[in-house]
Design a protein around this ligand. Structure first.
Ligand SMILES: Nc1ncnc2c1ncn2[C@@H]1O[C@H](COP(=O)(O)OP(=O)(O)OP(=O)(O)O)[C@@H](O)[C@H]1O
Length: 230
């Protein structure tokens, strides 16, 4: 089990997290859903060890292989798309060209294989960043609004890919978004955060995931909206 317990964090006088406790089920996807600026990125950074909590405990993350999709893309500018993907494989890259090409094909990005990042749109750079997180054989994926500048059709393709890799490789995924539909589509559990200082408003088990019924989705959406307006 991965978890944070009673975690608080301030930046100077600004209290961002107020005694937050969340459990993240291993091999499942947990969504952190909350308004812009409430502290979602700060939670991910604490999980990754990039920021340190002022108080509270973080369990299970240290020493794990983590892929982190940052809000802004962090592709290496002097490497092509394919080289950016190869890079995270390190020595394991040999013989993996097929895997890289399959992933590029699935994501509809094959034609950008030899492009350098500066020639790509923001949305395409984000999609390459997601592929990089998927191809790296991490046990934990931390994703910070990875689909924010991706158009609707490609969003669907990327979500299906993330779900497929997370399920087939039993990865623990923590996915940050402020988009309710994304949260419903991708996660097993949805943690709803209140505005600053962020605290847990509700934790909903998402019975919709993997169940394509529109009614199920609408019902889930209603449950979330009830928590958000409260
Ligand atoms: N290093 C920092 N120094 C000072 N303030 C910061 C720092 N990082 C974040 N903040 C502030 O803390 C608050 C929470 O930021 P955070 O990025 O965690 O929110 P978020 O929920 O991820 O927001 P968004 O959805 O807009 O990315 C914001 O008000 C932000 O301005």
């Amino acid at each position: 089990m991965y978890k944070i317990e009673d975690v608080s964090k301030s930046y100077g006088d600004l209290k961002v997290l107020d005694n937050i406790s969340v459990e993240f089920a291993a091999g499942k996807t947990t969504c952190l859903l909350g308004p812009s600026g409430c502290g979602k990125t700060t939670v991910l950074k604490i999980l990754a060890g990039i920021e340190v909590a002022d108080s509270g405990t973080v369990e299970g993350f240290s020493g794990e292989d983590i892929s982190f999709v940052f809000q802004e893309d962090r592709l290496i500018p002097w490497r092509t798309v394919a080289e950016n993907l190869e890079f995270v494989l390190g020595k394991a890259a040999e013989g993996k060209e097929n895997g890289i090409d399959q992933l590029l094909e699935r994501a509809g990005l094959m034609k950008y294989r030899e492009y350098y990042p500066k020639k790509l749109s923001g949305g395409i750079r984000k999609r390459v960043g997601i592929l990089r997180a998927l191809i790296y054989s991490s046990s934990i994926m931390l994703m910070d609004e990875p689909l924010s500048s991706v158009d609707a059709a490609n969003k669907k393709v990327m979500m299906d890919l993330i779900k497929e890799v997370a399920a087939s490789e039993n990865r623990t995924c923590i996915f940050v978004t402020h988009d309710i539909d994304e949260a419903i589509e991708i996660s097993n559990r949805i943690v709803i955060l209140s505005d600053k200082p962020a605290n847990i408003k509700a934790v909903l088990e998402n019975s919709y995931i993997g169940n394509p019924s529109v009614e199920g989705m609408l019902e889930m959406r209603k449950k979330i909206e009830e928590q958000i307006v409260r």
